[in-house]
Design a binder for this molecule. Structure first.
Ligand code: TYM
Length: 335
């Protein structure tokens, strides 16, 4: 049995990108042999200032959404990161293993900091070290993510390798990313060259997992396309990012292959295609939004689920982290 770990930031509302790139995979992986650990990464969230009341609210909202998507807290461990201090303890050790040059190469940091590198928090810079600790604190080896996280997972492997090498141990295993082949990167509805993101200023650029039927239909109707009809083979989509993105979403949400989708709509304009796409999205997403609202109505139950998850997570992460601390040379603590 292997262990699976993944995380999502409890900021904003999860998008169709989060769902098709990661969350749907999280749910499917519960059916396998592996132990699944899913984390609301609130420590990561505050690398950019969060209003405290909003952070609390969004942590509940993201927990409710994960349950609504089908995460089963009886089978998987679902918890909030700040509740298990092992993440921070191992994160500090990794701050001392990772090299400045490695972190400076992280494209997500460069994107997020932009020209503002002197002004962003130091947490934003060392964020990938904490992310490595999230995974390695559990000796997890399989990590379901969208492709924007791949560079961070390579770094997590580099950190583990350097730790093992520096201390002469074979303690941290290698991580294998699990990326869905066709929806590893769902793109913005307004610009097919940019990732769909919950932090995009335009709400029209994304489908939120809590959008109602009207909002979904309207966003798909207005989604950017090009004047050409849909082609009859996938190769012809290469230079048409918006069309390629919508065909990818259509296939992912209906479970059809992209070839089958094109066979159905080849030669047609985007009107009828968009209508069917909106229908499929509404059928899939609106019930998730409804279930999310139902889970959100019972905060006591959500808190109970997260706290139970945190206790189970700590029972795995504490001994592994304590062993890493002994390897480093720390005297035993109060455990
Ligand atoms: P976050 O919160 O930005 O996103 C959560 C997951 O959604 C995926 N994703 C997408 N996939 C496809 N298309 C998109 N447009 C899209 N947008 C987001 C992300 O790849 C991710 O899998 N650093 C992580 C959270 C994290 C983590 C971890 C993940 C913290 N510790 C340990 C794995 C293991 C993040 O900010 O994800």
């Amino acid at each position: 049995m292997a262990r699976i770990f993944s995380g999502i930031q409890p900021t904003g509302i999860a998008t169709l990108g989060n769902y098709l790139g990661a969350l749907r995979n999280w749910v499917a992986l519960q059916e396998g042999e592996d132990e699944c650990i899913y984390c609301l990464v609130d420590l990561h969230a505050i690398t950019v200032f969060q209003d405290p009341a909003e952070l609390r609210e969004q942590t509940f909202a993201m927990a409710a959404l994960l349950l609504a998507c089908g995460i089963d807290p009886a089978r998987s461990i679902l918890f909030h990161q700040s509740a298990v201090p092992a993440h921070v303890r191992l994160g500090w050790i990794f701050n001392c293993v990772a090299r400045m040059g490695w972190l400076k190469r992280m494209t997500q940091f460069k994107d997020k900091a932009g020209k503002n590198q002197e002004e962003v928090s130091t947490g934003l810079f060392v964020y990938p070290n904490l992310m490595a600790a999230d995974i390695h604190a559990y000796h997890a080896t399989r990590v379901p993510v969208g492709d924007d996280q791949l560079q961070h997972l390579e770094l997590a492997n580099d950190i583990a390798e350097k730790f093992n090498h520096d201390y002469g141990v074979a303690f941290f295993p290698r991580i294998e990313p699990l990326v869905p082949p066709e929806t590893a990167r769902v793109m913005s509805l307004r610009d097919g060259t940019r990732k769909m993101s919950k932090s995009d200023p335009s709400d029209q650029s994304r489908i939120n997992m809590t959008d109602d039927a009207d909002a979904i239909a309207q966003k798909i109707r207005r989604a950017k396309t090009d004047p050409e009809p849909l082609p009859d083979h996938i190769g012809a989509l290469a230079s048409r990012p918006e069309a390629r993105n919508l065909v990818g979403i259509f296939a992912a949400i209906t479970g059809e292959s992209q070839e089958a989708v094109l066979a159905r709509f080849a030669g047609s304009g985007f009107g009828p295609f968009k209508e069917k796409l909106a229908e499929a999205l509404v059928a899939h997403i609106v019930p998730v939004g409804e279930r999310t609202r139902a889970y959100l109505a019972d905060r006591t139950e959500l808190e109970r689920i997260l706290q139970t998850g945190a206790r189970r997570a700590a029972a795995i992460a504490n001994p592994i982290t304590a062993a890493a601390e002994r390897i480093v040379g720390f005297l035993p603590g109060a455990e």
